[in-house]
Design a protein around this ligand. Structure first.
Ligand code: OGA
Ligand code: MN
Length: 224
């Protein structure tokens, strides 16, 4: 199961997260598994089993202008074969992150998501800024796996990562030689099989509108 994973350079993944707080990994999942997951998502969507995603503290507020995707929470206990592959890969990633960063990541929550043509998710943070006193699990690491076949840059739908806010300690501005720190945005194309990992409490980000439906499987590693 670790085959795709170990084919990638794990050291460089750890090194990049350590250095920058995010990293982009292509071919995290094979083309055939990506295709199967996309098919499962389409089936759920066609049978109206996805529901409008919310925003706010409990994600209970539906505002299509702020966030236009529909989602389906995955349950590991009833996972399809392709979903099991995803969970296995993510478990390896969880152990690796814990081993290197002592993060105490103990669980993963994940949902499939579809952004219909033209919809977006405005700039936001995956972790709420106010301290939660109930000591509920917090999202620590965001991991977004893209499921679109043959995505081209012109299709849009980029994940825009804002590298300048809350994370001055993480990003070394000298790596972006010609840019001012306030200008730094990274637009990442949602190419099938690609996994983007970033620190949930650090990076503001947005999903830009696309000219076709955009599919993903988003996971968050939680800490207590
Ligand atoms: C999210 C999110 C980004 C993406 O689901 O919170 O920001 O690229 N997704 O799909
Ligand atoms: Mn997000």
């Amino acid at each position: 199961m670790l085959s795709h994973y170990s084919a990638l350079n794990i050291e460089s993944l750890i090194e990049k997260i350590d250095q920058y707080g995010f990293c982009i990994m292509d071919h995290f999942i094979s083309d055939s598994i990506t295709l199967t997951l996309a098919g499962e998502l389409s089936t759920l969507n066609d049978s109206a089993r996805m529901h409008a995603a919310g925003t706010g503290r409990d994600f209970g507020t539906i505002n299509k202008r702020l966030r236009g995707d529909s989602i389906y929470w995955l349950n590991e206990n009833v996972a399809s074969l392709a979903q099991q592959t995803y969970f296995t890969q993510m478990e390896a990633l969880r152990l690796l992150l814990n081993q290197h960063f002592y993060l105490g990541l103990f669980a993963l929550e994940s949902h499939l998501a579809i952004y219909p043509t033209g919809t977006e998710y405005k700039k936001h943070l995956d972790q709420f800024e106010t301290k939660n006193d109930k000591q509920q699990p917090q999202r620590q690491i965001s991991c977004i796996l893209y499921l679109n076949q043959d995505w081209i840059d012109n299709d849009g739908g980029h994940l825009r990562l804002y590298l300048n806010q809350k994370n001055n300690a993480v990003i070394d501005p000298s790596i972006f030689k010609n840019l001012q720190l306030e200008d730094i945005q990274l637009d990442i194309s949602p190419i099938g099989g690609r996994l983007v990992i970033f620190l949930s409490d650090t990076f503001y980000h947005a999903v830009l509108p696309a000219s076709r439906d955009r599919m993903s499987l988003t996971g968050w590693f939680l800490t207590r």
